[in-house]
Design a protein around this ligand. Sequence first.
Ligand SMILES: NC(=O)c1ccc[n+]([C@@H]2O[C@H](COP(=O)([O-])OP(=O)(O)OC[C@H]3O[C@@H](n4cnc5c(N)ncnc54)[C@H](OP(=O)(O)O)[C@@H]3O)[C@@H](O)[C@H]2O)c1
Length: 337
Amino acid sequence: MNQSVTRFGILGTGRITRRLVADLQSTDGVSVGVIASRTKDRAKSHAQAYVIEHAIEGYEALLQRSDIDAVYISLPPSMHAEWSIAAAEHGKHVLCEKPLAMNLDESRSIDSACREHGVRWLDATGWLHHQRTDCFRKWLNEKKLGDIGHISASVSFYAPFQPGEHRLNASLGGGCLLDLGWYVGGLLTFAVNESESAVEADKITVRASAMMKGGVPYRLTAMATIGDGITATLSCGYDTATRKWFEIAGSESSLICDDFTRPWAERPTRCWIHDASGSVNPKTFEDAQERSMIKRLIGDENLVPYHRQALRTQALLDAMTVSISQNGEAVEAEHTK
Ligand SMILES: NC(=O)c1ccc[n+]([C@@H]2O[C@H](COP(=O)([O-])OP(=O)(O)OC[C@H]3O[C@@H](n4cnc5c(N)ncnc54)[C@H](OP(=O)(O)O)[C@@H]3O)[C@@H](O)[C@H]2O)c1
């Protein structure tokens, strides 16, 4: 983007907007001038709380404004494709919350609309933009762990939910598969893409099962094989205490991180390389993953690797959905470029 300040508008008043709006407002070269809600009152109260000048009713009205260059979409997953595509058609750059969409077809439609209208897009998966993740990339590229054999990732939190929670509503894209599967599936996709030892990196076969509650996946377990040599186990759900960790096990050592989706509050951002003798090499980092993500969106960097990561993650989640519906049969994830 060429202009000195990118003016953001916010679609929705969800809980996550509190954090992301603050991140936008504290990023150099970004301003937040408008927030839109389904109701004028809610828009007004959030505008006041977040110190945003304009509060408007209706998402379409925000897209029509000429004083907005980009949007942050924090709506339930079933609305991500519709509003990302509409934003692109209005010439607005898109930062859309995770999961990018309900399925791969919708994700591809977002990507195509943004290309067609010459706007930039990112899914708001903050961990991919952390300085720590750059190190994960470097270590995987350099084969610091040796040959990768097994990957495991677990992400969960313990409900209770408020009444009307979109995560419990299948028609809004609720359930842990999309919500938290985005993280564990994304970690697998990331590790495979970045690892030179992934012989057939594009071929991921998955077997998944889910415990359902109220029509949505409440706890999910999946096993995957990648090419000939790598296996993975993935777990996510709403009925165990907060977990946000992974292990990438190589022939020489393992990379372990216990807070990859978002560093624990008030603790150093950390990870460990653990070798076969029990010696541990801890690393710590600065934390600013959301601001790094925003800077990347408004900058000139090629975003295609991030688009590829999002589309491959969505393809993996589609395969899990099919596998669940087929009682855990093995399903190959669609190949995406
Ligand atoms: N990146 C992260 O770390 C992170 C963390 C949490 C959540 N998220 C993602 O962010 C998105 C929003 O999550 P959230 O927890 O902030 O959601 P939320 O609190 O339920 O808010 C969603 C917002 O969407 C709007 N909305 C429009 N139609 C709706 C409908 N039919 N039902 C419910 N809400 C509707 C509402 O705003 P108005 O009615 O005011 O327009 C509502 O405030 C999800 O995709 C979630 O996965 C990401």
